[in-house]
Design a protein around this ligand. Structure first.
Ligand code: DC
Length: 224
């Protein structure tokens, strides 16, 4: 007898659509695990920087991805024993992450690491290709979109709250660039899975969006 794989809810979407916060809150509400897959690409970018690289070498970036010594615990992220949760959110690392994420060898290096998060009682995974590539059999796939201006405002507030300064116009420009890079890349581009439910959160708060995802899950009739 084969045991059914634990359930997964995938939440994909563009940068700063709120998917990370929504995924974490949905995971908490269900008592499930959470996977912030973007963090793995950010950690790879940070590891590349620390090794003196600039992201121009695919093989070096893939080696860094394979060798990541990372611990996710209590909302914190440790790389080689050092807490880097804030550091990987820096704009320079964000941009480098989007570049190394375009390399197929990096994506391949992180594939099994991501699937290993699928343990009982269930997983909420957020990213760009959770529903299309990593967990194609997920029983609920959400594509969380939001207007780019709204996302720039949210990112601006997020950075300010963390004590980083940033210009709104720069953030908007950056988001547009990163969106284009994530959507137009050849390997695992940002796209809604054919069977994903598209949720536009431009005019929705976090609470409402979390409720929407939980309602979608209940409606599947699979909730235990
Ligand atoms: O979700 P995020 O902003 O933390 O992601 C950082 C970068 O990693 C983003 O530019 C796209 C990339 N990424 C990806 O290619 N695939 C994923 N599943 C998650 C993130």
């Amino acid at each position: 007898m084969t045991l059914a794989a634990p359930p997964v809810i995938t939440i994909d979407g563009p940068t700063a659509s709120g998917k990370g916060t929504v995924a974490m809150r949905v995971a908490q509400a269900l008592g499930w695990h959470a996977l912030d897959s973007g963090a793995l690409y950010r950690l790879t970018a940070l590891a590349v920087t620390r090794a003196g690289g600039d992201g121009g070498d695919e093989a070096q970036a893939a080696a860094a991805a394979r060798a990541l010594d990372v611990v996710f615990r209590d909302g914190g992220i440790w790389l080689d024993g050092v807490e880097v949760g804030n550091e990987i959110r820096r704009e320079a690392i964000s941009n480098l992450a989007s570049r190394v994420a375009a390399y197929p060898a990096v994506r391949a290096a992180l594939l099994e690491r991501q699937r290993a998060f699928r343990t009982a009682p269930g997983l909420v995974a957020d990213g760009r290709d959770m529903g299309t590539v990593i967990f194609p059999d997920a029983p609920l796939k959400v594509f969380l979109d939001a207007d780019v201006n709204e996302r720039a405002l949210r990112r601006h507030k997020q950075l300010k709250d963390k004590g980083f300064s940033a210009k709104l116009s720069d953030l908007l420009e950056d988001l547009r660039l990163r969106d284009a890079r994530d959507r137009d890349r050849v390997h695992a581009p940002l796209v809604a899975a054919a069977d994903a439910v598209v949720v536009d959160s431009s005019r929705m708060g976090i609470d409402e969006t979390v409720r929407k995802v939980l309602d979608l899950w209940s409606a599947r009739g699979l909730a235990g």
